[in-house]
Design a protein around this ligand. Structure first.
Ligand code: F6R
Length: 261
């Protein structure tokens, strides 16, 4: 795993936007994996700015979101389908229908999950997956105890995740849905490049396990240690507990500019 420690979300956004731009430059019909939550917001803003400047286009690209709450009404502002439209998709030039998400309102949930797996496969798989990390070490909504080989399915959110996300629901933990549909760890690990974003001291423990802990279902993000191309973009606070932080900084500083992440 490449660990890149930067000063703040703005610098992280610049590096991630460079990777998105480079991918679309060599593969205009690339498939992007899109996270919601607060971690990728600065990246989406930076990518939108580059799109507005004519530097990048999503006209031929496609996208898949990681997860969705179960049961939120179609027009609910926190439904992830609506969130990703608002923060990113509607601000650039994706074709209509080019970005999909799991259907949290499906009557037949197992069928909807299987259909989502098929859609990703039929698109040729995800080229670049952006993920955040939960304070409990989840990626997408693969909570502790998730099978390391899991596929898209329904999961129960932990109380910790619902408490963390209450800020999007007027501070009311009881307003946060109890269930979600989420890509599995086995699904995410098939993406060709994974960029994980972690910002702030509250992520430091999960980042410590992610990068330097043993692989364990108790810290689901640790499955990424098995992936050949993962870039962890961290701010100083999120990297606070890393034993080898000095080594990671030195390695990144010595990297030639042309190499990218
Ligand atoms: C969102 C998602 C979650 C978040 C994670 C971190 O699509 O899959 O795993 O990435 O909960 O959330 P933030 O970025 O809000 O701290």
């Amino acid at each position: 795993m490449e660990v890149v420690i930067l000063a703040d979300a703005t610098q992280i956004a610049g590096v991630a936007a460079d990777a998105v731009g480079a991918l679309l430059g060599r593969k205009p019909d690339a498939v992007l994996g899109l996270a919601t939550g607060s971690s990728p917001l600065a990246i989406y803003d930076e990518v939108v700015a580059r799109h507005d400047a004519g530097l990048v286009s999503f006209r031929q690209a496609r996208g898949f979101t990681l997860d969705e709450y179960v049961g939120l009404p179609a027009d609910h502002p926190e439904r992830y389908r609506n969130v990703i439209d608002r923060v990113f998709v509607s601000r650039v030039d994706f074709a209509v229908g080019a970005v999909q998400g799991p259907d949290g309102l499906a009557a037949d949930i197992p069928a909807a999950c299987a259909a989502y797996e098929s859609a990703i496969r039929e698109a040729g798989g995800v080229d670049l997956q952006i993920v955040g990390i939960g304070t409990d070490g989840h990626i997408a909504f693969n909570e502790p105890g998730s099978s390391l080989a899991s596929r898209t399915r329904i999961k129960t959110l932990t109380r910790q995740t619902r408490t963390d996300n209450a800020r999007f629901f007027g501070g009311e933990v009881d307003s946060v849905p109890t269930h979600c549909l989420t890509q599995g760890l086995g699904t995410i690990i098939e993406a060709r490049h994974v960029i994980l974003i972690a910002i702030g001291i509250r992520k430091a423990e999960a980042v410590h396990h992610l990068v330097e802990g043993p692989v364990s279902a108790m810290w689901p993000a640790t499955i990424l240690q098995h992936h050949p191309h993962v870039t962890a973009l961290l701010d100083d606070a999120a990297a606070h507990r890393l034993q080898l932080a000095g080594y990671y900084r030195e390695t990144y500083r010595a990297k030639p500019d042309w190499q990218g992440i």
